[in-house]
Ligand binder design. Structure first.
Ligand SMILES: [Fe+2]
Length: 145
């Protein structure tokens, strides 16, 4: 259930014109309501896709709920939700994810590393994700030298 939820969690951006995506999130979003729209639309799109694939209905229901609140809901509804939330956040610590964020938000790399490192312990929900994030930060710091 975690894997289809991760794959489909951001499919809702497809319902929003691409030129508006960067107004919805980031350091100073001018249109933060769109972030909620991508969650709600994504949940509906995921339900339709998984329904066509005849995925088990009870799993579709949980995936729907996970996607519906994957950014806005702070408290996870299940162990799967906890993993999806942490996996989503971990992409920002990867080499590629960090390069994307630095490019689209024009943030200084050193400042971004300090920010990402500082939020690990209260941002991530699982000990495994905290451990991975700390390891990734060390790797990103080494790449900076
Ligand atoms: Fe998202």
């Amino acid at each position: 259930m975690v894997i289809p939820a991760i794959i489909l969690h951001d499919v809702g951006w497809n319902a929003i014109p691409e030129h508006l995506h960067l107004t919805a999130f980031g350091p100073n979003p001018s249109n933060p309501k769109l972030a909620r729209v991508h969650e709600l639309e994504g949940a509906k799109i995921a339900r339709a896709i998984l329904g066509k694939m005849q995925y088990p209905p009870e799993k579709i229901d949980e995936i729907f709920r996970i996607i519906q609140g994957h950014d806005s809901r702070k408290r996870p509804i299940s162990a799967s939700d906890r993993i999806v939330k942490d996996g989503d956040k971990l992409t920002r610590y990867s080499r590629k994810g960090m390069a994307i964020d630095l490019g689209r938000f024009h943030i200084p790399r050193r400042e971004h590393l300090v920010f990402l490192e500082a939020i690990i312990d209260h941002w991530f929900l699982t000990p495994t994700a905290k451990r991975i994030a700390k390891r990734e930060i060390l790797l990103r710091k080494k790449e900076s030298k």
